[in-house]
Design a protein around this ligand. Structure first.
Ligand code: C5P
Ligand code: MG
Length: 291
């Protein structure tokens, strides 16, 4: 296959594509347009971070806080209960997005209320991240550094917690000037104690609305109509809905959990599906091809 000649990583055993020829064609037109027309839009949790390491689940932004010593044992129990109720719903392929959406809003709202009750201190967040098991996917240095070197904008669009996410990439030494973050940010009072979350809540199924609220960002990037989108949830597919005059988009989806049940729906909506692939090898190979 032609595509495999140029990007051998697309033949990795973790890679599934419904229409490899189309992927090849889109990538070719992106190469022709040049890397100065490209922007990358990526989800954070379980897309840029690992899903598991040595058989153990890795934490999301929320989990980093939930499992930290800033949270009382009683509150930890309650947050765990919420996770046990709502995470199975998040990944349940037998329920529609319409059915799941109000339940996801309920999860985020209840979890944020519990976090606010804990009077979390801003100056302790760096320590909490340092002591956590958060892990970016293998190959993250190349991913972030290469985008920076080629001045390709990277939008990290996350329903996680912006303050935590930023600290993870800061501590990894990859929070470069080409990175912009849309996420849920904490609102601290003048003494540095968490009082609320700022702005409109971003959960996994309203990224389209989040994108449309940020027209200014996409307006600035209107000379970059070629998009590489990366996500792990079907809710991530709308992250590029604010892009102006889009020409080409390649959607890369990480399928981490409930693989058999969800594979078909991922193949139907993501151009490239990476099954239980804990690395950024494939996105990196595509970036190298494009630059
Ligand atoms: O960065 P991303 O948009 O992927 O962040 C959302 C993820 O955070 C969801 O996939 C969800 O499983 C997780 N989450 C969590 N605890 C919450 C709410 C969401 O771990 N209270
Ligand atoms: Mg995610």
């Amino acid at each position: 296959m032609l595509s495999n000649v140029k990007i051998p990583e697309l033949s990795n055993p973790s890679v599934y594509m419904k229409n490899p020829k189309r992927v090849q064609e889109i990538l070719q037109s992106m190469v022709k347009a040049g890397s100065n027309t490209v922007q990358v839009i990526s989800d954070f949790d379980m897309t840029l971070t690992r899903f598991a390491f040595n058989g153990k689940r890795c934490p999301t932004c929320h989990n980093i806080l939930d499992n930290s010593k800033l949270i009382s044992e009683d509150c930890k129990e309650k947050l765990k209960e919420l996770l046990n109720i709502y995470y199975p719903i998040e990944i349940d392929s037998s329920r529609s997005i319409e059915e799941k959406l109000p339940l996801m809003v309920e999860w985020w709202t209840r979890a944020h209320e519990l976090l606010v009750q804990q009077e979390i201190r801003k100056d302790l967040l760096a320590m909490v991240v340092r002591e956590s098991d958060a892990m970016l996917r293998d190959g993250y240095q190349l991913f972030f550094n290469h985008l920076h070197e080629h001045s390709i904008p990277l939008l990290i669009f996350s329903a996680g917690i912006g303050d935590i996410l930023e600290e993870v990439i800061l501590q990894a030494g990859v929070f470069h000037s080409n990175v912009k973050v849309f996420s849920n940010y904490m609102d601290f009072d003048e003494s540095g104690v968490l009082r609320a979350f700022k702005g409109e809540l971003i959960h996994i199924y309203n990224k389209r609305e989040g994108a449309l609220l940020n027209t200014g960002h996409f307006q600035e990037l209107r000379t970059r109509p070629n998009v590489l989108l990366m996500g792990d949830s079907l809710g991530d597919l709308t992250m590029a809905d604010g892009v102006q005059d889009m020409e080409n988009i390649v959607k890369i989806g990480f399928l981490n959990d409930k693989v058999e049940e969800r594979k078909q729906s991922y193949l139907d909506s993501y151009d490239i599906v990476l099954v239980k692939d804990e690395t950024l090898e494939v996105p990196n190979a595509i970036l190298l091809y494009l630059t």
